[in-house]
Design a protein around this ligand. Structure first.
Ligand SMILES: [Zn+2]
Ligand SMILES: [Zn+2]
Length: 348
């Protein structure tokens, strides 16, 4: 074997291993990224715990930051300077499908169809010291930005896509349901958009973080009727925008109950299980409210996320629960799946 690199693969239920494989060479039009850090999202955590079954070994990792290490034939070094700090959008946009043709690359149905022949095992590829990416997956970042903050490019981009769907106006009441990392990022972004933010979250520690990040009011849905409480806080009207960041069907139902006339409900989280909820067509008719969703980062929101992090407009420092060396990958996963942590980052 010529040059090698380390990768972190999920090799069993609750088992993450460091494996040595061949270092890939960038082909025509490809960029080799030195992945310096990769955060462990719920997606990887579900594979680690076995909730989402995957062929093993499996290489997860999609919240990555690093630098340009080498470029393949056909790319100009002035466009892709070696050593430049970048983040990668690992979800590919094919450019041909319905979603891509509507400029919404996050709705691409071929998101995993790009060349992965260089990968030693199936997966996404971020948990490798080097990964090959296409130019449209690359986003420049500030070289001075600390690595752990740069790793928020993808999760923040997902949230900014959701924020865009919420169309918050200055002075709006916004409810964020759920105080996990995604809920907390929604709080920060909604405040920047000029809203009064109400956080609904049963866990006290998470409510305290939300207040530190700017939430104006926190409610405990286990101690009150959250829908009634939101109505009470908004003169009986409900909130202009409600973001549901939880995977619970009953909460999705609550989200709809909290929204004001002309308001918007954004179903940010995927649902597990995907249980249908009730919506009255007459209520929709009379309220002109909009129920929508937000999935993955759009190309637009990814760029905005990298800009906001690079310029320090959004500082995710309070949401970093640990930075682990690659050889401590098992410990990083075990910490990441604990309910009291936000993001754990593996230094690759
Ligand atoms: Zn993610
Ligand atoms: Zn597509």
């Amino acid at each position: 074997m010529a040059e090698t690199m380390k990768i972190v693969a999920i090799t069993g239920d609750h088992e993450a291993s460091v494996i040595e494989v061949a270092k890939p060479e960038p082909g025509k039009g490809q960029i080799r990224m030195r992945v310096e850090g990769c955060a462990l999202c719920t997606f990887e955590q579900r594979m680690f715990t076995g909730v989402v079954p995957v062929p093993k070994p499996f290489i997860g990792g999609h919240e990555v930051a690093g630098y340009i290490d080498a470029i393949g034939e056909g790319l100009k070094p002035e466009n892709y300077p070696i050593g430049k700090r970048i983040a990668a959008r690992t979800f590919y946009s094919c450019g041909h499908c319905y979603g891509c043709r509507h400029d919404e690359g996050n709705l691409c149905v071929n998101g995993n169809e790009h060349d992965k022949s260089w990968m030693a095992y199936p997966g996404i590829g971020g948990l490798e010291q080097y990964m090959l990416i296409e130019p449209n997956m690359l986003y420049f970042m500030n070289d001075e930005l600390p690595l752990e903050k740069a790793c928020f490019a993808e999760p923040l981009a997902c949230v900014l896509n959701s924020i865009e769907k919420g169309q918050i106006e200055i002075g709006d009441d916004v409810v964020v349901i759920g105080g996990g990392i995604m809920g907390q990022l929604h709080v920060m972004c909604s405040k920047l958009r000029g809203a009064r933010v109400i956080m609904s979250e049963p866990d006290e520690a998470r409510r305290e973080i939300a207040v530190k990040l700017g939430a104006d009011v926190c409610i405990n849905p286990l101690e009150c009727d959250a829908v009634e409480k939101v109505k009470e806080l908004t003169d009986g009207n409900g909130a202009a925008v409600v973001f549901n960041t939880t995977a619970v069907a009953a909460v999705a139902q609550q989200a709809i109950g909290m929204v004001a006339k002309l308001g918007r409900v954004v179903m940010y989280s995927s649902q597990h299980p995907d249980k249908p909820i009730e919506v009255s067509p007459n209520w929709l008719h009379n309220s002109e409210a909009v129920i929508t969703g937000a999935v993955s980062p759009s190309l637009r929101s990814f760029r905005r996320s990298c800009d906001a992090l690079s310029k320090g407009i959004i500082d995710p420092e309070k949401l970093v629960s640990g930075v682990f060396d690659i050889d401590d990958a098992q410990k990083a996963f075990e910490t990441a799946i604990r309910p009291d942590t936000f993001r754990c980052i593996i230094k690759m």
